[in-house]
Design a protein around this ligand. Structure first.
Ligand code: AP5
Length: 222
């Protein structure tokens, strides 16, 4: 039976591995990946009005105002491709107001994943993170070094990946986490993110496969 495609939200502290897992989820499940961090960084590098405004906040590790991100996400998630392929929302909602904006539009995920990683590990992951500006691929100097010298030479460090900024991002995350959970508590699934990326993906893969199967069974009953 052809079922409605999966709708997934993934959340977790800064550097808990959302972007890394999303690369793997997209490869297997073919969902449309919507990352507010990536969308905002694209606006910043294009020098658009939104980008210039967002930059002040992002550079200091603070959240970009709700109006801006809500507008960006609702525009992207309403595009045609998400209806056929499903969606994977990464880094949104990050505040209660953002969660409520989706509820108002009746945009609800099938499952809400929270990646759980201890604080000290998050800081090491951020400080060692490097991104390939050509492919968008995420590396880590120690855990996932680049494949060759050519890639290594072009890697960039995010402006918000200093130890001090990571700590303030983490604090902001913790302050908001509970309020968002209140919206999704019935579909929340905690995944232990403090393992190798393949092991973490294994847990996510079996969770999403189960959610997909349940959805198909529901369709048969209707
Ligand atoms: P965003 O880009 O969403 O940043 P974040 O939530 O802080 O998350 P990160 O991208 O830092 O980490 P990640 O969980 O994706 O981890 P990754 O896979 O890269 O947001 C940036 C900024 O944009 C915000 O601060 C805010 O200003 C603004 N913004 C975004 N959304 C917003 C919203 N909704 N509202 C308002 N403002 C918003 O992994 C991290 C590192 O660890 C990498 O080096 C990776 O290689 C390594 N790693 C990953 N998995 C493992 C593993 N299993 N073992 C070892 N190392 C690993």
């Amino acid at each position: 039976a052809i079922s409605e495609p999966l709708k997934v939200m993934i959340s977790g502290a800064p550097a808990s591995g959302k972007g890394t897992q999303c690369e793997m989820i997209v490869q297997k499940f073919g969902l449309v990946h919507i990352s507010t961090g990536d969308l905002l960084r694209a606006e910043v590098s294009s020098g658009s009005e939104i980008g210039n405004k967002a930059k002040e906040y992002m550079d200091t590790g603070r959240l970009v105002p709700d109006e801006i991100v809500i507008m960006m996400v609702t525009a992207r998630i309403s595009q045609e491709d998400t209806k056929e392929k499903g969606w994977l929302l990464d880094g949104f909602p990050r505040t209660f107001a953002q969660a409520q904006s989706l509820e108002k539009l009746k945009i609800r995920p099938d499952v809400y994943i929270v990646l759980d990683v201890p604080d000290q590990i998050l800081i090491d992951r951020c400080v060692g993170r490097r991104v390939d500006p050509v492919t968008g691929k995420i590396y880590h100097l120690k855990f996932f070094p680049p494949e060759n010298e050519e890639i290594k030479a072009r890697l960039v460090t995010r402006s918000d990946d200093t130890e001090e900024k990571v700590k303030s991002r983490l604090e902001i995350y913790k302050k908001n986490a509970e309020a968002i959970l209140s919206t999704y508590s019935t579909i929340m699934n905690k995944v232990d993110g403090n393992h190798s990326k393949d092991e973490v993906f294994k847990a996510i893969d079996s969770l999403l496969s189960k959610v997909q199967k349940d959805k198909e069974n529901m369709m048969k009953l209707e």
